[in-house]
Design a protein around this ligand. Structure first.
Ligand code: AMP
Ligand code: GLY
Length: 423
């Protein structure tokens, strides 16, 4: 079948790598893709948010399956656009419609959803300009630190953790005053939870679901989890502290009630649900939902799935996940993200990348790269994810970290401590 994958990061490179191995994948297009995805399919210079352009391409090439990597086109309604268009309605879309993507697109909605369905999460209240005075008074008595979250998509920057009441009040005013544009016109004020985070993923067909391998993401730029937050500097799967009993608790208290809640709310959800969780004592709580896979979690999760990914997507599209048996490898995966100097602040692009041929036992999932005159160059902050899959986690970590050292470009940086804290 002819498949169109939207996106251009390490997540999409891992999807493309895996889908291209399927006997059912006769043609794979990635829009816009990167230098890495072009090894697994054909890159197409299309903006995933330009739905008319996606439509024209899908019709011209006879696309039979659309897989959406990032959240933005989903929150903007690309699945609805396909379903509502006579010429496109027959093409299954992996990724929820707007009514489902809002679990990520509105933190206020997702908090209300969790409350309504009894899903454990931090206590919170939402405020807008209409009740700013109530918000300021609420903050006055709130325990520290205080978590402030812009309601809408804010490119990963909309969450602030503040240790001082007056500062939190000031920030609330700034956020409601437009600091994050429209995304901050409602702000969720949330209790701070102390614990260790992990990411759990399911693929849902609207009634049934399969649970994918869990992963842990390392968000901070600096060694030892210090410095600014990034999109993610590395990941591991499985997660050693997520033992069978804890994963069973996640299924009972979080995954099943979420799927049941979607059904009760009549939200027909076809696609990934990413549960951003925190383990407080022995209990899991939801920090956030995303309507897509995580990046760089996908780079550790996908290589551990033994099934044919296209077959899995087809089962999802046909609402047959209830009969689907997912096979997860016992091996461990570790991913180390190589980033551009200066990231997550300002950084330069266009640096020639060398050493990829020297990797000993890892996969290179490209993120921010492109091909310029046959040379692979940097084209983003997160440049390449190096993933190693080994019989045990320590070997996977060592191998991925050593292979990350073998790649070079001017200004290159990576964390040498990803995953070692768990050993
Ligand atoms: P989010 O964009 O919702 O994933 O939030 C970004 C990060 O902020 C999370 O990965 C957590 O590390 C942190 N965070 C968000 N909400 C809370 C909370 N209620 N308690 C503690 N940390 C939080
Ligand atoms: N790695 C976190 C995310 O994809 O949002």
């Amino acid at each position: 079948m002819t498949i169109l994958l939207l996106g251009s990061g390490g997540r999409e490179c891992a999807f493309a790598w895996k889908m291209s191995q399927s006997a059912q994948c006769s043609k794979l297009f990635i829009a816009p893709g990167n230098a890495g995805t072009s090894a697994y399919g054909k890159n197409v210079n299309l903006n995933p948010n330009d739905f008319e352009a996606v439509k024209a391409f899908a019709l011209k090439e006879g696309v039979e399956l659309l897989v959406v990597g990032p959240e933005e086109p989903l929150v903007n309604g690309i699945h609805d656009f396909f379903s509502n268009d006579e010429a496109l309605a027959h093409i299954p879309v992996i990724g929820p419609k707007k009514e489902g993507a809002i679990l990520e697109g509105s933190k206020d909605f997702s908090k209300q959803f969790m409350e309504r369905h009894g899903i454990p999460t931090a206590k919170s209240r939402s405020f807008s300009n209409e009740n700013l005075a109530d918000g300021l008074a609420y903050l006055q008595t709130h325990a520290l630190p205080i978590v402030l979250k812009a309601d809408g998509l804010a490119a990963g920057k909309g969450v602030l953790i503040i240790d001082n009441t007056a500062e939190a009040q000031e920030e609330l005013k700034l956020m409601l005053g437009g600091k994050f544009g429209n995304a901050g016109s409602t702000v969720v004020v949330e209790e701070f939870l102390t614990g260790i985070e992990l990411s759990v993923f399911v693929l849902s067909d609207g009634q049934n679901y399969v649970i994918l391998p869990e992963a842990k993401d390392y968000k901070r730029i600096g060694q030892g989890d210090t410095g600014l937050n990034t999109g993610g500097m590395g990941s591991v799967s499985p997660v050693p502290f997520a033992n069978e009993a804890f994963l069973a608790e996640i299924k009972t208290s979080i995954i099943q009630p979420t799927i049941d809640g979607l059904v009760k709310d009549k939200i027909d959800y076809t696609g990934f649900i990413f549960f951003g969780l925190i383990k407080v004592g022995d209990k899991p709580y939801v920090i956030e939902y995303n309507c897509r896979m995580g990046d760089p979690e996908t780079e550790s999760v996908i290589p551990r799935i033994e099934n044919d990914l296209v077959e899995l997507f087809n089962a999802c599209a046909q609402k047959k996940l209830g009969d689907y048996k997912i096979n997860i490898s016992n091996k461990s995966a570790a991913t180390v993200m190589i980033v551009a100097g200066g990231y997550p602040g300002e950084y330069e692009k266009g640096k020639a990348i060398s050493g990829l041929e020297n990797l000993r036992d890892s996969l290179a999932f490209h993120a921010g790269t492109n091909l310029e005159g046959g040379v692979v160059k940097t084209n983003g902050g997160r440049v390449i994810a190096i993933t190693s899959i080994q019989d045990n986690q320590f070997n996977a970590l060592q191998c991925a970290t050593a292979d990350a050292a073998r790649v070079y470009f001017d200004g290159k940086y990576f964390r040498e401590d990803i995953g070692f804290d768990l050993m």
